[in-house]
Design a protein around this ligand. Structure first.
Ligand code: ATP
Ligand code: MG
Length: 318
């Protein structure tokens, strides 16, 4: 089986129990929860039984230990997670507003995450990889960008593949070097996985179909557009497939895109047809939004199969 790796942030998330605005007074909080988009992605791939690992750095503290234990128990290769001697593990405080928007306080760029790079252990992990997943949210430091460039070069040189989820908040787009780093990722991408309007991040076109055609003409093999409660679409040179989302109650959308992405990449690397892969990825995303906590809703293949069987869709994964 093909081994997937990713490079980027591992953090804890601590969330407000009640909806409201920001953190300017004392409120009940719940957490720490294991988090970080690349970490959620790799945890989901591990739970599906795909060989996988992450290059990251945590602090020498409980927040780090909680994450590393979770990833190890779920089957990910944690050999390239360094432990920083002095800096604390990254963290994110999040509170949902009444209208569904979120307020965040991030401590990532100046946390242990700032030290992520190609250590000897990371180089050894890259050596074992067949596929690199690039998460746009991870491109916040020069060290990570350089590590991703080098891993891309090495993995592509031996015939491996790259997937890319821009996963970028507008506020991050204008960070120095961000546009260049995103552009470099796109140039090397085989499978591009934007959500909604992110499809237009790199195109002249403002019409979706034309934008997809533009991307495929640049050498990207396939594009998957995530559409939240509307499901997802797949495009390649031979056409397009749309798969509607499953109807579930959305408890916490954080992590759905990362879980969806890991499920799709795993199925794609296993050579599964795109329509089936979309159904499995939609089921994975639907299960993720039904659970509070960014990584708490990741699924094993048995859980996905049970979810599908309950909707008369047995046998999709075989
Ligand atoms: P993230 O906030 O994690 O970055 P994203 O924008 O990358 O999310 P979404 O499109 O929100 O990704 O969600 C990914 C997938 O999860 C969707 O394509 C869909 O399959 C599933 N999903 C998301 N929201 C819902 C929902 N409300 N109901 C059912 N399925 C959902
Ligand atoms: Mg996303």
């Amino acid at each position: 089986m093909k081994k997937i790796i990713t490079i980027g942030e591992i953090v804890v998330e601590i969330m407000a129990v009640e909806t409201g605005n920001g953190f300017r007074s004392a409120i009940p909080l719940i957490g720490p929860f294991a988090s970080g988009a690349p970490a959620i992605f790799i945890d989901q791939a591990a739970k599906l039984g795909q060989p996988c690992g992450i290059v990251s750095t945590v602090g020498n503290d409980d927040f780090g230990a909680l994450n590393v234990e979770r990833l190890r128990n779920d089957g990910a290769d944690v050999s390239a997670i360094a432990v920083h001697p002095t800096a604390a593990t990254g963290s994110a405080f999040v509170r949902y507003r009444q209208d569904g928007n979120r307020d965040f306080i991030f401590n990532i760029k100046h946390s242990a995450c700032s030290a992520i790079g190609l250590t000897p252990a990371a180089e050894a992990l890259v050596e074992t990889a067949d596929h690199l997943h690039i998460m746009g949210s991870a491109l916040f430091s020069d060290g990570i960008v350089a590590a991703i460039h080098e891993a891309t070069r090495r993995i592509k040189a031996k015939g491996g593949t790259v997937s890319f989820d821009p996963n970028i908040r507008k506020e991050m787009l204008e960070l120095p070097g961000m546009r260049e780093a995103l552009g470099h990722a796109l140039e090397n991408t085989d499978l591009f996985m934007p959500s909604g309007a992110e499809i237009f991040l790199f195109t002249k076109a403002t019409d979706e179909k034309v934008a997809v055609a533009e991307l495929l003409a640049r050498g990207i093999k396939a594009v998957v557009i995530k559409r939240g409660a509307e499901g997802a679409s797949y495009f390649d040179a031979s056409g397009a497939t749309l798969a509607p989302a499953f109807k579930v109650e959305e408890v916490d959308p954080t992590g759905a895109g990362d879980s969806f992405g890991a499920a799709f990449v795993t199925c794609w690397l296993r050579g599964m047809a795109a329509d089936k892969a979309l159904v499995i990825a939609n089921a994975t995303g639907a299960r993720a939004v039904g659970v509070k906590g960014p990584m708490e809703g990741t699924s094993s293949m048995a859980e996905i199969e049970a979810f599908l069987a309950a909707r008369n869709l047995s046998g999709v994964s075989s």
